[in-house]
Design a protein around this ligand. Structure first.
Ligand code: A2P
Length: 274
């Protein structure tokens, strides 16, 4: 399992198990299954409403706490300094953990104009050692620039949607220029990119599955990758990519698949809960 060092020196396993859309009742079982398959990084969010199950799964796995990297995210309704501090504590308690490894602002929600204030709260949590690293998610230009302009702590990661048919190459580059690691969510295009003929062709040629080809592309390009699966067989497959060899030409072929096919919500029109 490959490890990346974040800009604050903290190590993060390059592949994490994403639990978006895993129902609360399945979260414990799937977290335990992922940890037992070899994952050491779980990515949840207050907005996924499954933090309790994830936390129980981490604890029940019997792994030492410092061997599992746990990320959660601040929900939109909790933007603002005091609300963010309270939301962190709520998430931490739901997870049943003493600390969280990585805490992210889930969406900028620019209409609220609170993300810089929210960031101050995350900086406080970080300076107090409550969290090992802080970052953001879905901060398109210019929100990332505005956040950086007022930030004392540069985000350690930026979690964005990246997959072959929606690569966000400019945002990826803007993120990395600042020394911020890119985390790819929906890395398989929610499954839709697995049937792209170019991916299927490369997979057949190198003796891998389409999912393993896309995983390898992300890893070779230096991204942290957060694949999801409800199946133990497939979540295991997505982690077993060490044996797969892709050439630079293969990676560039995958990059020709860019088609602007976003699968997630558009933050510009994202409905803001009260
Ligand atoms: P399933 O849960 O039935 O495995 P993403 O991580 O980009 O959001 O993609 C998740 C989607 O891709 C899910 O629908 C998941 O279905 C599917 N998926 C994940 N891993 C694989 C795989 N190895 N082979 C085929 N489909 C997969």
């Amino acid at each position: 399992m490959s490890i990346i060092t974040l800009n604050n020196g903290v190590s993060i396993p390059q592949v994490g198990f994403g639990v978006f859309q895993i129902p609360p009742t399945d979260a414990q079982r799937m977290t335990e299954a992922a940890l037992s398959a070899g994952y050491r990084h779980i990515d949840t969010a207050a907005g996924y409403q499954n933090e309790e199950g994830v936390g129980v799964g981490v604890i029940q796995s019997g792994l030492p706490r410092d061997e599992v990297f746990v990320t959660t995210k601040l929900w939109n309704a909790d933007q603002g300094y005091e609300k963010a501090l309270a939301a962190y504590e709520t998430s931490r308690k739901k997870l049943g953990l003493d600390y969280i490894d990585l805490y992210l602002i889930h969406f900028p929600i620019p209409q609220k104009r609170l993300y810089q204030e929210t960031w101050k709260a995350l900086e406080k949590l970080y300076s107090e050692g409550a969290v090992r690293a802080i970052g953001v998610s879905n901060f398109k230009f210019p929100y990332l620039d505005r956040l950086l302009a007022g930030a004392e702590v540069v985000p350690a990661v930026h979690q964005i949607e990246v997959h072959p048919t929606y690569q966000q190459a400019e945002l990826d580059a803007l993120t990395r220029v600042h020394g911020i690691a890119v985390e790819a969510y929906s890395p398989l295009g929610r499954g839709a990119d697995l049937t792209a003929p170019a991916i299927v062709e490369i997979a057949a040629r190198v003796g891998a599955t389409p999912a393993q080809v896309i995983m390898t592309w992300h890893l070779k390009r230096g991204r942290i990758v957060l694949p999801k699966s409800a199946s133990v067989e497939r979540l295991t497959e997505n982690l077993r990519t060490d044996h797969i060899e892709l050439t630079e030409a293969d990676l560039m072929t995958i990059e020709t698949l860019e088609a602007g096919l976003r699968t997630g919500e558009d933050i510009e029109t994202f409905d803001i809960p009260a």
